[in-house]
Write a protein that binds this ligand. Structure first.
Ligand SMILES: [Zn+2]
Length: 292
């Protein structure tokens, strides 16, 4: 766990998304939750020494950001799209997959209940906890339900997966144009310490790199469409963008799968059939052709 400021802590080296917490004068606020149950149990023990847990804030709907909510006893706050996604998740399949993360995990998953958001917002919301002000701002891009979460007194913003810092970017349900807008919105924030959804901490200096990458993906698929490729041909032939960055922790070997999912999604987007009803999400990528 990395100490980001005097009151903010973040973990960027565990399987799943980055997660962490803020210590206020009235207790602890947690940001996203560990994907791996044993990581959640360890985090819970650490936070208990810092004060009572008051809220959990989820930054987006992908399961790696909310799966660990279940191990904490506090109300969850998130965009309403996160609640909808959790409610439509096949929990038996979700638990089965998370149970594969290690030998100690299945026992921790017995009686699993997701702890879905109890408090939701559409455009934004501000929480006042002790001496801290936590502002949530809807920023669609990587999905339609992303939020940036700004801790005003600390100068820190949790960006969700609108930033993948120097690890493979997932665009499997992203809207590349909204994503560009989201990155410009992040640039306008007061906060300049960013905890991305995945990868190491960064600042506004990384925004151009993230923007160029999403743009490159979009142009790459657009090129295939202009050469007359069908969707299946694009998925089979457009395989060259896997080497820009390594995969994040615990995603070894998944680069070709992410590549196909990104191409499929961008193909639908660019041909006007987006969002496609059968679009894969993080919870179901195992069913995607060629995945492990
Ligand atoms: Zn995500």
């Amino acid at each position: 766990m990395q100490q980001v400021t005097s009151n903010v802590f973040a973990e960027t080296k565990c399987r799943g998304c980055n997660f962490g917490y803020l210590v206020t004068s009235e207790g602890v606020v947690m940001f996203d939750s560990p994907h791996k149950p044993s990581d959640a149990v360890a985090l819970k023990a650490e936070m208990e020494s810092k004060g009572p847990l008051r809220y959990i804030i989820n930054t987006e709907p992908h399961a790696d950001h909310w799966s660990g909510n279940a191990f904490f006893n506090a109300p969850v706050v998130a965009h309403e799209g996160v609640l909808n996604r959790i409610q439509s998740t096949d929990m038996a399949e979700h638990v089965r997959r998370v149970g594969l993360f290690g030998p100690d995990e299945p026992a921790l998953l017995e009686g699993y209940e997701a702890n879905a958001p109890m408090i939701t917002f559409k455009n934004g919301m501000t929480l006042h906890v002790g001496n801290h002000t936590i502002e949530m701002i809807h920023m669609p891009g990587h999905t339609l339900y992303q939020a940036a979460v700004c801790i005003k007194e600390e100068g820190v913003a949790w960006t969700s997966d609108n930033i993948f810092r120097s690890v493979q970017t997932w665009i499997h349900e992203g809207n590349p144009d909204l994503w560009m807008t989201a990155l410009e919105s992040l640039r306008k924030l007061d906060e300049d310490i960013f905890v991305p959804g995945h990868g190491e901490l960064c600042d506004k200096g990384y925004l151009n790199e993230q923007s160029a990458l999403v743009q490159e993906w979009k142009e790459y698929v657009k090129g295939g469409i202009e050469r007359g490729m069908t969707k299946d041909e694009a998925i089979s032939n457009l395989t060259d963008l896997t080497d820009r960055y390594p995969m994040d922790v615990g995603q070894d070997g998944m680069a070709p799968v992410v590549m196909r999912m990104n191409v499929a999604n961008l193909y639908d987007y660019l041909t006007g059939s987006w969002p496609s009803p059968g679009a894969p999400n993080f919870a179901t990528y195992a069913n995607w052709p060629g995945s492990r």
